[in-house]
Design a protein around this ligand. Structure first.
Ligand SMILES: Cc1ncc(COP(=O)(O)O)c(C=O)c1O
Length: 410
């Protein structure tokens, strides 16, 4: 990125500029379609059908119906509506600290937001994040998958005793706002089993983590195993490389129940020819530039470098990630794993002074969050980690000279 004075920044956080800021192929696709025709979705256009067909090739066959929208929030709101229409139930189970969008309906299912507002609605149920580093069941638990899934089962049972009925389990495939969490494989299958038994459906929010970021798989839910298929997948952010487009992919059963109301789905701008041309170009670039393989290669290298820093700097408690979705959990002490919030804030401020953009997340705002554009290179990885090393070394010296290690940066 370049600022208004032409200074160059290394962007480690923009998962919207997925294939790179101002990628010429994306700019060209939008420009050419804009010159030719842009209409609202009352008018049929091949781009919409072509795009839906291309997207369907990235997904399991079961997810075969597509709805196009303009933002991630719109996609999640539609998913919620569809879940309620299909199940005839109202309640939603979400993971703690989750964020699913800015609409009223989504603030209600976003603990990250509603905890600071009016609080939890009676139809919302919050499950613990399947975080094996600082969650309720950790790496030393004999079966964290079953233990976390059983928490969801208990929530369902408790809801039933109050006469409530579950419409959906709504979760990011890799909880990002929750602190760059990698749910243990098999967790979603077990949760889906409990939720389906209760008559609900599974909605995977891939708005931050989809489109090959996980490297090995195009969709992050696929990390759970081939036997897992959500009932609905929502997409946004990277889908248009910055152009406002979003999508809901649903199974035939869910889509048919939604259509059966007779109330048409209409969205003026959703799926317009320009947006679809952009969406197609993004898929082309991911393929042409082998960005999935690249995410694996660079992501592995970045994890390796960060793990070397973990040995050197005790403030690094955990390095976790997959592909170009990586979190570095900063702690004040090994025993309690107390979030090093002030230190994390100080570190990202110093990085910005070195022209590197990095952010923090997680309930303790102590997790360094790597989710760079997918063209992020080996050199970029080396540069950011070398700079982190330099700053952490400075911080350690500063603390030592102040003789009060734990409160140096508060
Ligand atoms: C996981 C997740 N879901 C949904 C949204 C909402 O997307 P949008 O801001 O495009 O409405 C966001 C945005 O940050 C998000 O991170």
């Amino acid at each position: 990125m370049y600022d208004e004075k032409g200074r160059q920044y290394l962007d480690c956080i923009n998962n919207v500029a997925h294939v790179g800021h101002c990628h010429p192929d994306i700019v060209k696709a939008a420009h050419e379609q804009n010159q030719l025709l842009n209409t609202n979705s009352r008018y049929l256009h091949d781009n919409l059908v072509d795009y839906a067909e291309r997207l369907s090739k990235t997904l399991p066959e079961k997810l075969c119906t597509f709805y196009f929208l303009n933002s991630g929030s719109e996609a999640n709101d539609l998913a919620l509506r569809m879940a309620r229409q299909y199940t005839k139930h109202k309640d939603v189970i979400v993971l703690d600290h989750a964020y699913h969008g800015h609409l009223t309906s989504l603030i209600d299912i976003s603990p990250y937001k509603f905890r600071n507002l009016e609080g939890q609605k009676e139809w919302v149920h919050v499950a613990p994040v399947p975080d094996t580093y600082r969650g309720i069941y950790r790496e030393d638990h004999e079966d964290s998958v079953t233990a976390y899934a059983n928490e969801v089962r208990s929530i369902i049972e408790q809801a039933h005793t109050r006469g409530r009925k579950i419409a959906a389990f709504f979760a990011e495939s890799l909880p990002s706002v929750g602190g760059q969490i990698i749910p243990p494989a098999g967790y979603f299958q077990k949760v889906a089993e409990h939720v389906h038994k209760a008559g609900g459906i599974f909605i995977a929010d891939e708005i931050q983590v989809g489109f090959g970021r996980a490297g090995k798989h195009f969709w992050a839910f696929q990390l759970q195993g081939e036997d897992f298929i959500p009932d609905i997948v929502t997409m946004g952010k990277p889908i248009g490389n910055g152009h406002p487009i979003a999508c809901v992919a649903a199974t035939k059963e869910v889509a048919e129940a939604f259509a059966a109301t007779g109330v048409e789905y209409f969205n003026t701008f959703g799926g317009n020819p320009v947006s679809c041309a952009v969406g197609l170009a993004v898929l082309d670039v991911i393929e042409k530039e082998h960005l999935q393989a690249h995410a694996t290669e660079v992501g592995n290298f970045l994890m390796e470098l960060l793990n070397q820093q973990k040995i050197k700097h005790p403030i690094i408690g955990d390095v976790r990630g997959i592909g170009l979705f990586i979190g570095v959990d900063l702690i004040k002490d090994q025993a309690e794993r107390t979030p090093a919030t002030a230190e994390a804030e100080y570190l990202i401020t110093r990085l910005k002074e070195e022209y590197i953009l990095l952010s923090t997340d997680g309930p303790g705002r102590n997790v360094l969050k790597f989710k760079p554009p997918m063209c992020f290179s080996m050199e970029d990885a080396k540069f950011v980690v070398d700079t982190i090393d330099k700053i952490l070394t400075d911080m350690e010296k500063q603390c030592l000279s102040q003789q009060e290690t734990s409160s140096c940066f508060t």
